[in-house]
Design a protein around this ligand. Sequence first.
Ligand SMILES: O=C(O)[C@H](CS(=O)(=O)O)OP(=O)(O)O
Ligand SMILES: [Mg+2]
Length: 239
Amino acid sequence: MKVTLSLEKSKSNDLAIMVDVLRASTTIVAALDNFKKILPVSDKNLALKLSKKMNCLIAGERNGKKIREFDIGNSPIDIQKKSGEILILTTTNGTRVLNQIKCRTLIGSFINAKSVANVALKLANEHIDIVMAGVKGNFALEDFLGAGEIIKYMKNVELSEYAKSALLASMNKDEVDKAVKDSLSAKKLKKLGLYKDVEFCLKRNISNNVPYYNGKYIVNLKDLRNLGSITQSPDRSSS
Ligand SMILES: O=C(O)[C@H](CS(=O)(=O)O)OP(=O)(O)O
Ligand SMILES: [Mg+2]
């Protein structure tokens, strides 16, 4: 099994794991405790229109700040106080990057690293590409270290040098925590009074949820019973 690392766009036709530690991936993992499925939307006006038409909760932000007309922002802590059938979500990077990936896609973070690694190894045929969301096309340290945390749980795989670098960089938990807390994304969230989200996003393996994006919705694969239905890449021609 080959494991590679990319920024924004995926190099795999087999399986991708999208990582957006601060905060979209963490919010998506946390939201699946109380929502059946999540509709990731890239455009905020479309998201608002859909939420009215489908009469469901809408969450999202731009540049870290809650979008004014939305019910909540992109906080993994706040989303745990809500529940429902469908959640509509749009964020600055994570949902946009998700909609650009054409192969089967899981969503990973620090809070579900072990579970997403295990499911990825069961689902992939030969190539897992971990796709860092980054920030508006730029490298984001927290996504690199989050990818490394996931790779930690992938034994007997062939790592690219990029993937190996992420693994090496994520070995020391205290150093990882300090680096993420000092990251540009974390500093932005701290300025917005959202530092508690940063601390939450650094918790290790508090969730077994494994979000899977089927080209329309994000659903939870945690009990593995659904695996049989997703052996092939979804048809994303319409998205
Ligand atoms: O909502 C977030 O924490 C970030 C905002 S920004 O990228 O730091 O401006 O968005 P996300 O899509 O979760 O990376
Ligand atoms: Mg981010």
